[in-house]
Design a binder for this molecule. Structure first.
Ligand SMILES: Nc1ncnc2c1ncn2[C@@H]1O[C@H](COP(=O)(O)OP(=O)(O)OP(=O)(O)O)[C@@H](O)[C@H]1O
Length: 674
């Protein structure tokens, strides 16, 4: 039984079913808080703090830290850094993030338990635990506001699917499986972005004025008034609607303030009545029927519902549109694009048009992740197709896509843990089959329902790597959380986006009504020696910024090795292979792509043996990830200084190592490095 002096805290609360005694207190309960926040100066009534480490049923270590200043042994290394923390941060990396429940630090705990309301911005340098804190905050909020958030859900947005896989185990290990993890590219049900635009094009698509462009594009599909419309009716009459008639109808429709597609039914009715009135006003019929009789107009309008020519005209004047059709029209029709983007230069429009990829042979459209917020904007203005059968089909498609994605995620997890002798995934079920099985029992959770409903609003949104959010992406997120209950974590100095991203105000801009900011200052990942190398680069990026303090050092300085340009690829492959051969665990990453030409990168990719402990990618791919050893290949670009985004990429690459950094280069190192 728990006595008054000792409290046992764990990942989740456990109560003895017979005695109802509390055996273990959930780490998120208020009573657990001093464990994380007490210090010798403010012990909060706590005398000692112990961490019990175990393997299976065996206790492997108990580290106790005294919070009574009189009992701290003289010469104790550091009061702030416990053995448990040191063990946790020094562990070999597995490619999957772990929870930090046992060792959450005071400044992190304040953020995790910060109130639900409003927008919280967390700025912190590399390795300061932003991702860890964001995930533990999700778990905390789901515990503290269980009823509210179990209805509305928590959305977690990460930069790419690799990153989502990296963090995917943390919340389940904390007993929470109801948060929804996604990228901006997967935000819209039924649409999966399959590529990135180049940074300059992504920046253009991300500008807030694109919302105006989409609005114009929708409006331009609503009743063109440039020319009168003549309809040869099936009855043999011709009826002409003047530009003034059409303009009047359009004004009436705009006053409705309804999304485009649902407004179509109203348009159809009003258009047929207008045509009926015009027909009845014509001389031939006016002796029998009257345009002034509401009944006559209604009767004729009803008959016109079967007239294909009237329907064809309605389709032209007020077409039912999908977001994809609208955006395709914008990217592929230069006149449309020019009319909708009045302030843009010719080059900017050319970049937008060039970013379009036609649908594949199966008719599946290809979108980039920066198209998605624009499609989302279009979805908002267009609304859903009012025809129920089409709507049901669209829902089904979105549901199937989401289930397929979920199933793929499950298979990824299975294949990470079960491999047969040949190293192949041990599962014989395809994602498609798993998704079908899933469909058969449709007891959908909040996560599943939210994932298929484009109008869903969440109780809280958490964004990792928030420095990458474009204004349009932020707009899409706020649409999903109009109360702006959000946690945005990121590091402004790691931003890849092309221009104008010097500070958080420029990212959050006018869209986030108000936000409170917290800073994380201690680096738990990167050893001091590696951080010293990164500090020179940070000075170039922002001379006023101080690097976060590393809590650990290894005594091993980064190794800089100059090799002939032709030797870069074989040398990197050899170094990675040696790491695997010499070590039983841990991960090695080759990070290349700043100064390495694309063909060399391809050759590197082709010559690197596939191994689960070896990773290869660009600094942007590596964002948010960490590895025991990093081989940074060709960080400089021959013949010129690095651009600002390249410097920020370099800073990301330098701060991924938890143990060692090796830099392979052929020419000059960039200023600030080495
Ligand atoms: N309190 C802690 N106890 C143990 N490990 C921690 C703690 N805080 C952070 N870490 C570990 O430090 C590493 C870096 O954390 P995390 O990835 O969350 O940092 P980050 O700020 O998101 O970094 P980046 O900006 O570079 O992506 C992770 O391995 C994480 O588990």
């Amino acid at each position: 039984m728990l006595n008054e002096e000792s409290w046992f805290i764990g990942r989740m609360g456990i109560t003895d079913p017979a005695s109802k005694d509390t055996l273990l207190i959930d780490w998120r309960a208020p009573v657990s808080r001093p464990f994380y926040t007490a210090t010798p100066l403010q012990p909060e009534g706590t005398a000692d703090r112990s961490t019990i480490e175990s393997k299976g049923w065996d206790i492997t270590r108990v580290s106790t830290e005294s919070l009574d200043p009189l009992r701290i042994p003289e010469g104790a290394a550091s009061v702030g850094v416990s053995n448990a923390l040191m063990t946790a941060v020094s562990q070999h990396r597995t490619g999957r993030m772990n929870d930090i429940v046992a060792t959450i630090q005071r400044e992190q705990d304040n953020i995790i338990r910060s109130e639900l309301r409003g927008t919280l911005l967390v700025q912190g340098g590399p390795g300061t635990g932003k991702t860890a804190v964001a995930l533990h905050r999700a778990a905390f909020l789901l515990y503290e506001h269980r009823e509210r958030l179990s209805r509305s859900g928590v959305l977690i947005v990460g930069p790419n699917p690799t990153f989502l896989r990296y963090i995917g185990n943390v919340l389940p290990s904390l007993g929470e499986d109801s948060a929804i993890l996604t990228t901006i590219g997967d935000l819209l049900p039924g649409i999966t972005a399959d590529r990135h635009d180049d940074p300059a094009t992504a920046e253009i698509k991300g500008r807030l004025v694109m919302a105006q462009a989409i609005k114009r594009a929708v409006e331009r599909r609503q009743v063109s008034t440039q020319q009168p419309v003549t309809i040869p009716l099936e009855s043999g009459d011709d009826v002409t609607l003047s530009s003034a008639h059409l303009a009047d109808l359009r004004t009436q429709m705009r006053r409705l303030r309804r999304p485009h597609n649902p407004a179509r039914t109203v348009f159809e009715n009003r258009f047929r009545r207008l045509v009926a009135t015009r027909v009845l006003s014509s001389k031939r019929l006016s002796t029998v029927y009257s345009a002034n009789s509401a009944e006559d107009v209604a009767d004729l309008a009803h008959e016109l519902a079967d007239d294909d020519r009237v329907t064809a005209t309605i389709d032209r004047l007020w077409p039912i549109l999908t977001p994809g059709e609208l955006l395709r029209g914008l990217w592929t029709d230069p006149r449309e694009l020019a009319a909708c983007t009045p302030g843009f230069s010719r080059e900017e429009r050319a970049a937008l048009a060039a970013s379009y990829r036609p649908a594949d042979a199966g008719g599946r459209a290809s979108w980039s992740d920066s198209d998605v917020p624009l499609l989302d904007e279009a979805q908002e203005l267009l609304g859903n197709d009012p025809r129920p059968e089409l709507r049901a089909a669209a829902r089904r498609r979105a549901g199937e896509a989401q289930q397929l994605q979920y199933a793929q995620g499950v298979l990824d997890i299975i294949s990470d843990t079960t491999t047969d002798d040949s190293g192949q995934a041990g599962s014989s079920v395809s994602a498609q089959q798993l998704a079908e099985r899933q469909q058969q029992s449709d007891n959908r959770t909040v996560a599943e329902r939210a994932g298929t409903d484009e109008t869903w609003t969440y109780g809280h949104i958490i964004v990792d790597e928030a420095q990458e959010l474009t204004p349009m992406a932020l707009r899409s997120l706020i649409r999903r959380c109009p109360m702006q209950s959000m946690t945005l974590v990121g590091d402004i100095h790691q931003a890849s986006v092309a221009v104008g991203r010097a500070n958080w105000d420029s990212i959050l801009g006018t869209q986030v009504r108000r936000y409170r900011r917290e800073d994380l200052t201690v680096n738990y990942r990167t050893p001091a020696e590696v951080m010293a190398a990164a500090a020179g680069v940070l000075r170039v990026i922002d001379p006023n910024e101080r690097p976060s303090a590393a809590i650990r050092s290894t005594g091993r300085a980064p190794v800089f090795t100059r090799v002939p340009v032709d030797a870069l690829v074989p040398r990197a492959v050899a170094e990675a292979s040696r790491f695997v051969a010499d070590t039983g665990e841990g991960t090695v990453a080759i990070i290349a792509g700043i100064g390495m030409p694309a063909p060399a990168l391809t050759s590197l990719r082709e010559s690197l043996p596939v191994h689960e402990r070896v990773w290869l990618g660009t600094p942007r791919d590596a964002k948010g990830l960490e590895f025991d050893r990093v081989l940074l290949v060709e960080p400089g670009v021959a013949g010129r200084v690095l651009t600002a985004p390249e410097y920020r990429d370099l800073y990301v690459a330098l701060s991924r190592a938890t143990q060692d950094l090796v830099v392979l280069f052929s020419g000059e190192l960039p200023e600030g490095l080495g």
